[in-house]
Design a protein around this ligand. Structure first.
Ligand SMILES: Nc1ncnc2c1ncn2[C@@H]1O[C@H](COP(=O)(O)OP(=O)(O)OP(=O)(O)O)[C@@H](O)[C@H]1O
Length: 257
């Protein structure tokens, strides 16, 4: 559990004079669920955007494996083993679950026009592999009975599961989850939480941004708390729940609420 998989080094993002994220340092450890929390405007989304290559940092860099990354793009981050759900590409409502998940596999495919045009053996082999990968994910995300259902017929919670499955198609080492339980009922939140644990058990490191304090507290191995763009606390859920600065940041309330 202690092996470092990614290092965040002095990351800052400035928007026209405002430091949305300021001097963040942290290590991400292999196969942990790392929660990122903080009040509205704390810098969580901006920070996640940097990790996924959507936002270039004004200062600082990431280290993944032996690679130092100061400026990157989402497709490069995907190649480095990082995938983010709820990102840019929305689910296609008129396609079924299987086809939507397969799209995730095509995002990282380094295809040659020749192979596609003539459906070469290499292309057909790759398609077969992707379908088998998608079917395994359908199993993991418990979507078997929805495999051929159109997205437009699914509930919000089922769509979230499809989005997670799709982002796992690139077989990432690190999965970034951006508020996977937003707008879900407590029971649906419970279902998604169980699936996140299942994904961790399969060897994936998860970075989870969530407003639902109860959920992030129960699911995370470690938590980092941001406020006004800065890291104000880092520790186990128990340590975070007792941390004075965290309680203060959450307007004097208890973070167990
Ligand atoms: N593109 C942008 N241009 C200018 N300011 C921005 C931009 N994106 C975010 N900000 C500002 O940066 C700060 C951090 O915003 P961010 O969305 O990262 O916080 P957050 O913790 O994700 O908030 P929330 O929980 O409300 O989603 C806020 O003050 C926000 O207004």
């Amino acid at each position: 559990m202690n092996e470092q998989i990614m290092k965040v080094n002095n990351i800052s993002v400035n928007f026209g004079g405002l430091w949305a994220v300021k001097s963040i340092d942290m290590d991400v450890k292999k196969n942990e669920i790392l929660g990122v929390m903080g009040p509205n405007g704390a810098g969580k989304s901006t920070f996640l955007n940097v990790l996924s290559g959507l936002q270039q940092p004004s200062e600082g860099y990431l280290v993944i494996g032996t690679q130092k990354i100061s400026q990157s793009k989402p497709w490069n981050m995907a190649k480095l083993g990082l995938s983010r759900s709820f990102q840019t590409v929305r689910l296609l409502p008129e396609l079924n679950v299987l086809d939507n998940i397969l799209i995730g596999g095509h995002m990282d495919a380094e295809k040659q026009a020749w192979d596609i045009l003539f459906r070469t053996k290499k292309y057909r082999q790759r398609e077969k592999e992707l379908i088998s990968r998608a079917e395994n994910l359908i199993e993991t995300l418990e979507l078997k009975d929805k495999k051929y259902e159109k997205i437009s017929k699914l509930s919000t919670e089922e769509r979230r599961r499809v989005e997670i499955a799709r982002s796992l198609m690139t077989q990432p080492n690190i999965l970034l989850l951006d508020e996977p339980c937003a707008g879900l009922s407590p029971q649906e939140t419970e279902e998604i939480s169980k699936l996140i644990l299942k994904i961790k058990e399969q060897g994936v490191t998860v970075i989870l941004v969530e407003h639902n304090v109860k959920m992030i507290m129960s699911l995370s191995d470690r938590i980092v708390v941001l406020d006004h763009g800065q890291k104000i606390a880092e520790g186990t859920p128990d340590e975070i729940a007792k941390h004075e600065d965290v309680i203060k940041a959450y307007l004097g309330g208890s973070v167990n609420a």
